[in-house]
Write a protein that binds this ligand. Sequence first.
Ligand SMILES: [Fe+2]
Length: 431
Amino acid sequence: MKKYFIPGVAMICAILTATGQPVRYGTGLPATGSEKPAHTIFTNPGEDCSTGMGISWASPVGTIAAVQLIEGTDTVMIASEGYLCTTFDSINSKLGDNSDVYERHVFDKHSVMLTGLKPDTKYSYKIVTGEGTDTEVSDPRFFRTAGADSWKAAVIGDFHHYSPLWRRLDASMAMLEVLDSVSGGFDWVLSPGDQCAWGGSYNYWTELSEQPSYINYMWGAVQGNHDNMSRDKELTDAYFRDTHAHPHNGYVGQEGVVYWFKYGDVLFLMLNNEAMRTAESLAPVFEWMENVVAANPARYIVVVEHYEWLIGTDGSDSQLDRFRDVFDRLGVDLAISGNNHAYLRTRALRDRKPVAAGRGTFYVVASSSDDSRGRELKPLAANEEIISTRWSEGAKTVGAMLMDVNPHRIVMTLYDREGRVCDAFTVPARR
Ligand SMILES: [Fe+2]
């Protein structure tokens, strides 16, 4: 994949480190953000990814805008009415040159839910803004609908894009290129969160959206704690909600943040750990999960949240015991998390005990991928009997997984930046 940056406002520099290795970094956007009439464009899952996708972007207030959807020789225009978004107005942040700034972004937020798509089909689309002689058309972006019996997703998170340390983004995007190479191509990207260091810094989302992996793929992500915060530690789901176009099928108060979607045979339940901090707040989550699973039979059930099921660095308890009874009851096949910046994977578990694959839930804590914020492994302090594998490269960890699905099994494989396999396990179909 070729590197892509915003002409005129971002650039690539190359310097040599003491070891002679080239280090690239971008200067990022100015405080005023992108000047494009449609920017911060993301492709997100529709409720049924064989026929639907969500398209999110921002345009100057009052701009006439539409999605131009292209499949083969067919072109369809879908008009969009945005709504005024002030979520990112006057947010304390840092620019790529490390200068302090208040980012001021007021725009029309657009969310278009594409429907009626053809299954297993590659689409492109452009955002068309203005009218008459003022019409502008964005560069094309791409996605593939679900529908094939076999498909692959890249699983990557905890890269904490931060403009002053652009190398984090380069490391994680290079990791996706490695996954692309070793897999022979994947179909979309699943992220357990922390795409941004500060989700309140809108420029960081805009800069992410210009990366090839965001241009070329649909991203299904959960909100990480960093995506939920600003530099001033203001915490809100609005940063994540107002940069994405998710199905509004979450429980009350979490529409557009908590959501579910189907990609082929897999039902994904995408949770928000920031809304699950108390025992009382888990009740609506469990009720929602039970209702969604009952209403949407699927061969596989995968749950994703950001906070780790077990502490990757030493194996001690974390979120697992809050969820395991419900996961047992619902027959969750795979539970993916992040946050801990060290990879951990359990054996298949039921009733908190190891069982044969196909009879329980595999719990995975994804590694970090930014060559910056990884964690050293310590001796196991607990849960040795249920933990299968841990992996870390210390602070400078870069790793990601490939999720390879067919009607018989899911194969999850962890790779390092060299494309070496660091863990692999098989989740058999049990439905
Ligand atoms: Fe993180």
